[in-house]
Write a protein that binds this ligand. Structure first.
Ligand SMILES: *Cc1c(COP(=O)(O)O)cnc(C)c1O
Length: 404
């Protein structure tokens, strides 16, 4: 018997909410203690920021971590420290959040979009090499949704062409590639602590690196260009005040204690959901190879084939699925280069050559992912019980049965 869909007044498939962020009295007490101490700022007083940086670097297996106001500025710190100069090119994927590419423009450099792999939705290493020119200085692989990029292939290309690798790990706290934490593999790893991210203090960001010079430069840029051992009123580098507060840092320290367990839970649920969804005609989970030793499932992505769902568009399908109680989203409506910012070249930047024209960019895999294929289930739902994964799959089957 065909069940009535929740959108038409039927019973929801999932009758449960998935809270985020997760916090207890420990968080409230820790922040209150800082508030009472009056030591709110950084770096003039208190030691919570440095403490969290040490903890996060150790968690990632990196030498250094430098916090900053968000996961966009963190990319800017990384790019400048890596020595990009006006007019240089930086390779980025088109299936990502805007600041992966707009941070490049903020550095007066040219984002060059390279298409994604249809099986993983991460930047396709096979396409990177063709995009390299004499002006290419860096690659920003994005571990989209928390799934590691093909780092061996990317590092190999970077080595051969002398390029810097800045990992945008904004989705990938605690995720791994061949047992190594994401963000710790390239020259710099960049993370966001914005409220939707898997580790959050409401806002915030961090960069990690093993390189002493990159560390010193990023630390200087974060602190209005001051240098270690320099005078307070001496500013050497084109930085700004990108510092976080002691309250954010202490909240992050509390949240970090939960991260490994939460990541493990999302990872296990994701593996289970892969097996459940693979059995549904017209639904295909993204490929996950053996090198993915831990997936953070900031976004669980599956591919949707409308022809198996009575030609419901992806947007209609996602709307029905959300009504069934599955925390999901239809994903990006178009690749990044289609944004008015790029189409109109509305840049405050005179170093980008006139010849750069984003209206002629076409990345067909990203186009298809956005238009028809990619559906997202959000990270807080991946913190549920195995039974919730069964319910998510059940909701998809219910929509399928009602639509064909
Ligand atoms: C969230 C995000 C960022 C930016 O982080 P903010 O802290 O919001 O500035 C950068 N890259 C990706 C892939 C993101 O998802």
């Amino acid at each position: 018997m065909i069940q009535k869909l929740a959108i038409n007044g039927g019973e929801k498939s999932v009758n449960k909410s998935f809270p985020w962020p997760i916090h207890e009295e420990t968080e409230a007490d820790a922040v209150a203690e800082i508030v009472r101490s009056g030591k709110w700022g950084n770096p003039d007083c208190g030691d919570e920021v440095e403490k969290f940086e040490k903890e996060f670097a150790a968690f990632c297996g990196s030498k250094y971590a430098i916090t900053c106001v968000n996961g966009s500025v963190s990319l800017r710190l990384a790019l400048i420290a890596c020595g990009v100069k006006p007019g240089d090119e930086v390779i980025v994927p088109p299936y990502t959040f805007i600041t992966t590419a707009s941070s490049v423009i903020e550095c007066n450099c040219v984002p060059v979009f390279v298409d994604i792999d249809p099986e993983t939705y991460n930047i396709d290493p096979k396409a990177i090499e063709a995009a390299i020119t004499v002006r290419t200085k860096a690659i920003i692989p994005v571990h989209f949704g928390g799934l590691a990029c093909d780092m061996d292939a990317i590092l190999d290309i970077a080595k051969r062409y002398n390029l810097r690798v800045i990992e945008d790990a904004a989705h990938a706290h605690g995720a791994e590639y061949k047992g190594k934490k994401l963000g710790s593999i390239g020259d710099v790893g960049s993370f966001s602590f914005q409220s939707s991210k898997n580790l959050t203090a409401g806002e915030g960001g961090v960069v990690i690196t093993d390189d002493d010079e990159l560390y010193a430069m990023m630390r200087s840029l974060r602190n209005v260009g001051r240098i270690e051992g320099g005078q307070w009123y001496d500013h050497y580098n084109p930085g700004c005040n990108y510092r976080i507060t002691q309250m954010q840092a202490v909240l992050l320290s509390c949240q970090l204690k939960r991260l490994a367990e939460q990541t493990k839970r999302r990872n296990e649920n994701g593996l289970y959901l892969n097996t459940l969804l693979a059995e549904i005609d017209g639904i295909m989970p993204l490929k996950r190879g053996e090198e993915i030793t831990m997936h953070s499932y900031h976004i669980y992505i599956f591919k949707y084939d409308a022809s198996k769902f009575g030609d419901l568009t992806k947007d209609q399908f996602a709307e029905l699925l959300a009504a069934e109680g599955v925390p999901c989203f239809k994903g990006y409506p178009h690749p990044l280069y289609k944004q008015p910012l790029f189409q109109n070249k509305n840049f405050m930047c005179y170093a980008i050559p006139e010849t750069v024209d984003y209206t002629s960019v076409n990345c067909p895999v990203a186009e298809q992912a956005c238009a028809t294929d990619a559906v997202w289930i959000l990270q807080h739902a991946m913190l549920g019980e195995p039974g919730d994964m069964v319910a998510f799959a059940g909701a998809i089957r219910k929509i399928q049965e009602a639509s064909i």
